[in-house]
Design a protein around this ligand. Structure first.
Ligand code: ARG
Ligand code: ZN
Length: 471
């Protein structure tokens, strides 16, 4: 599913100039090919509108038996096409109900339909597969994909791990609706994205049907299987489902109880919550070590603190609803979610974002681990989730705030979330928007904070160490 983001009249040539400067070519803005970090992942030959994912998992054997049905539209004539798939054994593929021949390439399932699909035609692919789904090790050494736990498993996919359990078009630009039907031993629960539609029982097994109807990039898909109470509540008028590992239930309760307030706070500043469901998953996975903003329902591999909850919730706007065009633009996700932590603290009796900024700005230029790589230019996939992506990235937004004031900064963020809701956008478009709202040339500011190597010079923060918070 591709959304063409509303073409905004570019009244400011400055914005265009900066967009060109930061490498946002017109082609990239239009969603054209070219993912620099993962060029082998995804396909532009077709566009998926829906995934229907049926999984039966036996935790004791770590065995998966699955069928994924894909509804797609051909963007060009398809004599053959491929899906991203890591590991697993494919047993059958059909295209429009007819058996198709298939083979495997490196992390690919290559399909040759009986009859070519014509350009513009919609088509249905059914893939049956089974086996022991794998963990995927990221460029930075962390793990994603399918992860076993003591009582089940969970599956996450940033940036690429979803292909370890769903044959998919694993690309940022191809968002689609998802439904999940997960069958597990009756003592366990299975959670995925979106709303719980039904729970079916069949003797020793239970099937949980979930559906996320809002377009979702494959990397935001979630499945969690394990013991625990699946609790339904309401969050700001929306249905919310939460599953917490029993061992972590007590200690998680206070912070998870803050979710409604956090959603309300962020809705107030960024605009309406983008999805029709909410919730949390807390599973015991010390080896994973991070939390992830899986759409509608973040997963925490530990008992989250409030800051992390605020962070993952902010990603529902920045990252999930407004998606990236390309992975090197990760600043738009992590910088924004981190700044949201700071602003939340500021508005809830904690330190102000400016105080945090000022303290961090004291980190000496010699601390390369802190300042490098520049958040707008991670350079390599292994740098996607480094400290500078998050912290220097949040500082860039606070530097913007110092330059244009709080009101305009909040206006920019809200417009960003609104104008690109459910779409994909890039840094050049953000700069253009900030320039338009502020009526200022912000090229230098963003150059210094996002692109130039090393600690941004003190000119870059004006009189940051002494300035009062701008109004
Ligand atoms: N996006 C997640 C967060 O900041 C972090 C994901 C880290 N992923 C990884 N493969 N290292 O909330
Ligand atoms: Zn994050």
């Amino acid at each position: 599913m591709r959304s063409v983001s509303a073409a905004r009249p570019t009244r400011f040539l400055l914005g265009l100039a900066v967009a060109a400067l930061v490498g946002a070519s017109a082609a990239a803005a239009a969603g054209a090919p070219g993912e620099p970090f993962f060029p082998r992942s995804g396909s532009h030959a077709y566009d998926v509108s829906h995934y229907d994912v049926r999984l039966a998992y036996r935790p004791a054997a770590a065995a998966l038996e699955a069928t994924t049905r894909i509804a797609a539209i051909a963007r060009q004539g398809l004599r053959r096409f491929s899906l991203d798939l890591v590991g697993l054994r494919v047993t059958a593929v059909t295209v429009d109900g007819q058996a198709a021949s298939f083979g495997r390439g490196r992390n690919k399932l290559k399909i040759t339909p009986e009859r070519p699909v014509a350009r513009g035609e919609s088509f249905a692919v059914v893939v049956r597969y089974r086996g022991h789904p794998r963990r995927v090790i990221d460029p930075d050494g962390t793990s994603e994909g399918w992860n076993r736990t003591a009582d089940g498993a969970f599956a996450v996919g940033e940036p690429l791990g979803t292909a370890a359990w769903i044959p998919c078009n694993n690309a940022l630009y191809d968002k689609a609706g998802f439904s999940f039907h997960v069958t597990v031993p009756a003592a366990l629960r299975a959670v995925a994205n979106g709303r719980l539609v039904s729970v079916g029982g069949k003797g020793a097994l239970k099937t949980f049907d979930w559906t996320e109807k809002q377009a979702m990039a494959p990397y935001l898909a979630l499945v969690d299987i394990g013991r625990g109470k699946l609790v339904r509540t309401e969050v700001d008028g929306l249905p919310s489902w939460t599953l917490v590992d029993p061992a972590l239930a007590r200690s998680s309760r206070p912070v998870l109880a803050a979710l409604p307030g956090v959603v309300r706070f962020e809705s107030k500043i960024y605009g309406p919550y983008p999805f029709d469901a909410a919730g949390s998953v807390v599973d015991f996975a010390p080896k994973l070590g991070y939390a992830l903003e899986t759409q509608t329902r973040p997963i925490y591999a530990f008992v989250p603190d409030l800051t992390t909850l605020v962070h993952e919730t902010a990603h529902q706007w920045f990252g999930d609803s407004v998606g990236l065009q390309r992975w090197p633009n990760i600043w738009l996700n992590e910088g924004f979610a981190t700044w949201s932590e700071w602003y939340y603290a500021e508005r809830h009796g904690g330190r102000s974002a400016f105080q945090i900024f000022r303290q961090l700005y004291r980190v000496p230029a010699s601390n390369h681990k802190f300042w490098e790589p520049p958040s707008g230019h991670p350079g390599q996939p292994k740098n996607l989730f480094t400290t500078s992506t998050y912290v220097r990235g949040a500082m860039a937004l606070e530097a913007l705030r110092l330059e244009i004031g709080t009101k305009k900064t909040l206006k920019v963020l809200r417009l960003w979330a609104t104008e690109h809701r459910y779409g994909n956008a890039d840094v050049g478009q953000f700069v253009a928007l900030a320039e338009e709202v502020s009526d200022r040339d912000l090229g230098r500011l963003f150059q210094r904070w996002l692109y130039r190597r090393g600690k941004p010079g003190s000119g870059a923060v004006a009189s940051a160490s002494t300035a009062p918070l701008p109004g």
